[in-house]
Structures are given as C-alpha cells and as structure tokens.
Ligand binder design. Structure first.
Ligand code: NAD
Length: 283
C-alpha cells in the first residue's frame, strides 16, 4: 500500500479535545451548549447513530436531550415537539434523526426546525447561505471531509475534484465546499456517462454512492486523494465503503478507511455546530 490513510477517528479525537476546551471555557461564562436529538421508531442503524451522537456530546461536555418517540407518532406530534424545542433556551441544536417513518413528510418536519438551531444544516435557509458562501453551519459530513483534507495539509486550489453522488446531504454541499476552496468541481451521478473517464481526471475523488466497493483502482488516477463516504453493511455484517480499499490504496496518495474515516468526523462536526449555535444564541 502506498497511500497515506486519513484516519478520521484519530483526527476526531484531536478535534473533540479542542472542542472540550472551548465548551469548558463558555460554560464558565454561564453558557452550557445543549443538543436535542429526536428519533422516531426503531430503526437499528438510526439507534446506533443516535447513541454515537450522545457519546460524543458527553465527550466534549455538551448536554444532550434525547426524545425517543414511537413509530406511530404523527407528523403533527413531531412538529409540535420541534416547535417546543425551538422555544427551549437550554436547547441550542435540534437534530431529527433520518430516515423518518414513511407516514411522516421529512421535508415538512425539517422546515420547522429554527434555522438558528439547525445543526445538521438541512434547512433551505442554511443551504442557501452555503450556496452564497456566508454561512453559520455546514452540513456535518462535507464539513468533516473538509477538515480531514485541511488537517492533512492538502491544497485544493485549482485541483480537479470529482464528487460522485448528488444527494442534498452529501454530494451537492460537498461540491459547493470544494468550489469555495477554489477547486474545479465535477458532480457525477447514476446517469453520468463514462464515469470511469471522468473519475480518472480527478486529483481529489469524493465517493458518496452507497454501493459496496463499486469504485476500484480503474477509476482512480495514480496519486489522487480518495475520500470514501459510503457506509455499506455486507450480508456477513462487515462494514465497507463505496471504494475498494485494497486496490485503490495501492495507487492513491491519500485514502479514507471505512469504518474510521469520514463517519467519526461527521459526528464531530455536529458537536462543532452545536457549540456554534450556543454561541450564536448569545449574539
Ligand atoms: P443517496 O442515495 O441519497 O445518493 C446516492 C447518490 O449516488 C445519488 O446521487 C446517485 O445518483 C448516485 N449513484 C447511485 N448509483 C450510482 C452509480 N452506479 N454511479 C454513479 N453514481 C451513482 O445517498 P447519500 O445520502 O448521499 O449517501 C451516500 C452514501 O454515504 C451511503 O452509503 C450513506 O450511508 C453514506 N453516508 C455516510 C455518511 C458518513 O458520515 N460517513 C453520512 C451520510 C451518508
């Protein structure tokens, strides 16, 4: 293997230690950041994510408030809870764990979260602010990737960056952040023609598809930086990314592993956003 592995888990530990110092100092000024996490139903993957978010809160000294609602909760009841949390001064960030049960319209619920408490940065107001480059919160996964890239000392200016995936939570905001760093950005998706050829142009390849190990060394230019966002569970229970780590790590310059790469950074950025929301509440 020739690539340097970007261990998000390790970088996260370092950032969480920095955030803890920040929380300790704002607590001394009488401000205790609080995050409300709302989960509806019994999706096991969502349960794991919520538990990890609570653990991260403990680690950095953020108060966490969990609201675990039954599967049959109505959209109206969920919106009522969000509105109560919007008014609650001890809650600075509100996170509604997705996916929601099918009878609840996610978009309508997310729209009800006050933009100043929208620590996932999914509200159209915050998405708009990201587009114009004047934002308070960044969506956690793309923000975590940017931290990993910056802390590794990788310069993006003028680089060819290819993002595979155009979701609202990963692909689209990721492309915008790369653009803000003066990269030349191409977005690919399921209808892209000649995907391999486009990917082979990339100095930085960000993969957010959701298909196990679909990207192998044939898609990668030697020396490229490869960021694997995918989280896929194989039938035997093993977690893998969208990138075939074994073959790609032979030719890439940097690569993120799964697990232990982008995932921990995502949760760390949620902590960062919650602290920011608490600070903004005093401005
Ligand atoms: P999504 O399903 O909303 O989007 C997937 C994208 O991949 C779509 O835009 C689609 O056009 C594209 N795509 C699908 N098949 C393709 C193909 N064969 N070739 C090229 N493009 C193709 O998914 P998402 O929410 O963006 O998540 C993507 C992956 O990232 C999932 O595995 C998800 O679990 C993972 N994820 C990880 C984190 C993290 O913290 N590590 C956070 C969010 C999502």
């Amino acid at each position: 293997m020739s690539a340097v592995v970007l261990y998000g888990r390790e970088v996260s530990k370092q950032i969480r230690a920095e955030l803890k110092v920040e929380v300790d100092s704002i607590k001394k000024m009488g401000l205790h950041p609080g995050l409300a996490v709302v989960i509806v139903g019994n999706d096991p993957a969502s349960r794991v994510y919520v538990n990890n978010k609570k653990k991260a809160c403990e680690e950095v000294g953020i108060r966490s408030f969990e609201y675990a609602l039954p599967e049959e909760t109505s959209e109206h009841e969920l919106i009522q809870l969000v509105e109560t949390l919007n008014e609650d001064e001890s809650v600075h960030g509100i996170l509604v764990q997705l996916p929601l049960p099918k009878h609840i319209n996610e978009e309508r619920v997310l729209l009800k979260i006050s933009p100043v408490k929208d620590v996932d940065a999914f509200h159209p107001f915050n998405i708009g602010k990201i587009m114009i480059g004047n934002y308070d919160f960044l969506p956690c996964t793309p923000a975590g990737i940017m931290e990993l890239i910056h802390r590794a000392g990788i310069c993006l200016e003028g680089k060819e960056c290819v993002v595979i995936g155009r979701s609202n939570i990963v692909g689209k905001p990721m492309s915008m952040l790369l653009l803000h760093d003066n990269a030349t950005v191409t977005i690919c998706h399921s209808r892209t023609k000649n995907l391999k050829d486009v990917c082979k142009r990339a100095d930085v390849l960000v993969v957010a598809i959701g298909k196990p190990e679909i990207i192998d060394a044939d898609y990668v230019k030697p020396g490229a930086v490869v960021i694997d966002v995918g989280i896929n569970r194989l039938p035997d229970g093993k977690l893998v990314g969208d990138v075939n780590f074994e073959s790609v790590s032979e030719i890439a310059s940097y690569i993120t592993p799964v697990p232990g790469g982008v995932g921990p950074m995502t949760i760390t950025m949620l902590m960062k956003n919650t602290i920011k929301a608490a600070q903004l509440s005093k401005e």
